[in-house]
Every structure is written in structure tokens, then in C-alpha cells.
Design a binder for this molecule. Structure first.
Ligand SMILES: Nc1nc2c(ncn2[C@@H]2O[C@H](COP(=O)(O)OP(=O)(O)OP(=O)(O)O)[C@@H](O)[C@H]2O)c(=O)[nH]1
Ligand SMILES: [Mg+2]
Length: 358
């Protein structure tokens, strides 16, 4: 699973990428070339795993991972001829997009819109995404207009669907606002529409900003159904470079909560619309990832394809029940273990054992 980091030039994308990954990609102003993309992956912090580890003391612990791609800044309006086209292959490839909004003063580089205005930056990025999708929809519509002349009912239906998409974008709304039916989603899944993806917003603060999200951005994020994280990325990097026992005091002296890196990663995870389930034993405690709403065999297939093919049943215990009662045995004795079939929808935080025939 991959999250693309985008935003206007100099909004702090690469600084964020470095905070997330612990890498040291170049952040000299205007230093990065337009096509350059940095790629790195990070463990998703998860307290539930830590609790399970206390219980099982396993030889090995495996967290889930997300990869992040740091992209060049979107071009400014007057440079639009170069378009966001260069970036689109990277964006299409991402499962969710994180938009970095600059809310800090600095001369180097100056704010891309001439002044610090994160809400306006969000509008600019949104407009770019909508424009890109509009281009995709128009290309397909042109083709379908010709194809549907044959009277092919399927093409006629598809044409009508793409007209709906186009109309939605013309109203400056993201495609994810359309309540599309599963067959419609399947029809358009191959086009890589950007405004269908999950989104996450970062309000990138300056020295005096603190880390409470501003009301205006919180409103915009809510409308987009996107988690919003507010932090000073540069400072957060200093924080995590300190020894753990010094962090709290440092944060307090700066008037920030800290923990921004973890908040952001968890937000990204949320934007991806994923849930985690766990397998736990003395050998390994491990988190697995599956799209929200997946059934038990699909989830089992993440562990091993044989488990999906030969799926019989799934033993299910919510992690907190397991931690509270202290052992699988105690859970079973109290009748708190679920034994679920193929239709069962796996929920976030369940510890499972798959029964299958090889
Ligand atoms: N004060 C302050 N400065 C920051 C913050 N985040 C980044 N910067 C500075 O802003 C400059 C640009 O940061 P980058 O991370 O390179 O920005 P970018 O969005 O990757 O820039 P492009 O790749 O050129 O589009 C660097 O000098 C950073 O040190 C922040 O939270 N606060
Ligand atoms: Mg950069």
C-alpha cells in the first residue's frame, strides 16, 4: 500500500518524507528536480500489537508497513503548461494521497502563492486533481461517443456513467462524493481517477503555530472526509532524534503535543481505508492488512493463498478481549471466541486462527 505525498512547491513534502522514513532526501530549496520521486516504507505503529507482544513474548513481531512516495511540487498556475502530467503516473499508482499544506513563514523558499494560506493551497491542489480527472473522463467520453453509435447497450451505459463523472467534476466535486455502485466502480477502476482515492491533509506549521488544527482546515478536511494532522514537521524531526526520555520535556517547552510522526502514519493508514487483524503465538505476533469490508476468506488469503482456497472456518477473538482475559484458553472457556464462516466480515483488531484444508 502506497501513499503519495503531494502539495505545492516548498510546502514541506520532502521534510515530511524524511520525518516518516528516517531517510535524508534533499530539501535544499528548488534543489529537487521536477521528476524526482523519493520512495521509502515505514512500520505502522500499533499499540494493540505491543499489548499482544506482552502476552505472547513472541520470537518475532511484525507490524504492517506503508510506503510513501515524495513527489516534486505541483507547478504554479503560471507554469501550468508543463502540467501536473509528469506526476500523474506516480499519483495514479498511489492508493491514497497526502496533501501537504504550508502554514509556516520562511523566505527560503517563499510561499508558493505569495503568502501563507493553507486553505488556498488546498483549493489549488484540489483544482489540479479535478482537472487531471476531467482530462481522463473527456478522453474516454470522446471514444465512447463514437463506440456507442453501434448501439451496443453496454457502451451506451458506460457513456452515461462517464457523463455523470464529468458533471460531478465540473461542479468541482471529487468523484468519491458520487455514491457509485460496485459494478460502476469496477467499470472505472482501470482509469486511475485521482479524486476517487483516500485523502489525508497535513497542516505544516511554523514555529509559533502549536499543533491544534485550524478551524478552517478542519472544516475543509471534514468535507473531504479526510483525516487532518497538524504539526511542525521540522520540529517533529528534532523531537524524534532526541533520546526518548527527553522528548516530553522538549515538547512541553515548545507548547506542542509531539508524536506527530505517529499521528501522521495512523492518519495515512486511515485514509487507505484499511483495517488490521492479527495472528498471535509464541513464534510471531503479526499484523495483517485488509480493505475494510473484506470477508474471512479474503483476509485469510492475505496470510496464505492456501488458506483462502481451502478456507473452512475462522476463529476470531477481539484483541482487547484476549488481552483482558489473558489467554486463548480463558477466552474459549468463557465462550468469547467466535467461530465464523465464509460470509463473515473481518473487523479491525481481531486476532484470528484460520482453519483450512490444504
Ligand atoms: N519553519 C518550517 N520550515 C519548514 C517546515 N517544513 C519544511 N520547512 C522548510 O521548507 C523548505 C522546503 O522544504 P521541503 O521539504 O524541501 O519542501 P518540498 O515541498 O519538498 O519542496 P519541493 O520538493 O521543492 O516542492 C526547507 O528549507 C525546509 O527546511 C516546517 O514545518 N516549518
Ligand atoms: Mg521536495
Amino acid at each position: 500500500m502506497k501513499v503519495g505525498i503531494l502539495g505545492l512547491p516548498g510546502s514541506g513534502k520532502t521534510t515530511l518524507f524524511n520525518l516518516l522514513t528516517g531517510l535524508s532526501a534533499d530539501t535544499t530549496p528548488f534543489g529537487a528536480s521536477r521528476r524526482e520521486a523519493n520512495l521509502g516504507s515505514v512500520k505502522v505503529p500499533d499499540e494493540r500489537i505491543d499489548r499482544l507482544v506482552e502476552l505472547y513474548a513472541p520470537k518475532k513481531t511484525t507490524y504492517t508497513e506503508i510506503s510513501f512516495v515524495d513527489l516534486a511540487g505541483l507547478p504554479k498556475a503560471e507554469e501550468r503548461s508543463s502540467g501536473i502530467d509528469d506526476l500523474i503516473p506516480h499519483l495514479r499508482d498511489a492508493d491514497a494521497l497526502a496533501i501537504v499544506l504550508r502554514d509556516f513563514e520562511s523566505a527560503l523558499p517563499p510561499p508558493p502563492l505569495g503568502k501563507v494560506d493553507p486553505a488556498a493551497e488546498l483549493d489549488a491542489v484540489r483544482a489540479d486533481l479535478i482537472l487531471a480527472d476531467m482530462g481522463t473522463a473527456e478522453k474516454r467520453l470522446d471514444r465512447l461517443a463514437r463506440e456507442k453509435k453501434s448501439g451496443d447497450a453496454e457502451k451506451v451505459r458506460e457513456f452515461a456513467l462517464f457523463e455523470r463523472l464529468h458533471a460531478c467534476l465540473e461542479e468541482e466535486r471529487f468523484l468519491r462524493k458520487l455514491a457509485l455502485e460496485p459494478p460502476e466502480m469496477r467499470l472505472i477502476s482501470g482509469y486511475g481517477f485521482l479524486t476517487l482515492k483516500g485523502f489525508l491533509l497535513l497542516q505544516n506549521r511554523g514555529e509559533e503555530g502549536g499543533d491544534e488544527p485550524s478551524v478552517a482546515l478542519a472544516g475543509a478536511a471534514k468535507k473531504m472526509n479526510a483525516p487532518l494532522v497538524s504539526m511542525n514537521t521540522l520540529l517533529e524531526k528534532e523531537v524524534i532524534e532526541l533520546p526518548e526520555e527527553e522528548r516530553a520535556e522538549f515538547c512541553e517547552s515548545l507548547g506542542i503535543a509531539g508524536g506527530g510522526r505517529d499521528r501522521f502514519i495512523r492518519g495515512a493508514y486511515k485514509a487507505l481505508k484499511l483495517i488490521s487483524f492479527f495472528t498471535a503465538g509464541p513464534k510471531e505476533v503479526r499484523a495483517w492488512t485488509v480493505t475494510k469490508g473484506s470477508n474471512a476468506p479474503t483476509a485469510a488469503g492475505k496470510i496464505h493463498s492456501d488458506m483462502e482456497r481451502g478456507f473452512i472456518r475462522m476463529e476470531v477473538i477481539p484483541w482487547d478481549v484476549l488481552v483482558e482475559l489473558g489467554s486463548e484458553k480463558a477466552v474459549k472457556e468463557q465462550g468469547k471466541m467466535g467461530l465464523e464462516g465464509k460470509e463473515y466480515i473481518v473487523k479491525d483488531g481481531e486476532v484470528v486462527v484460520v482453519r483450512f484444508s490444504a
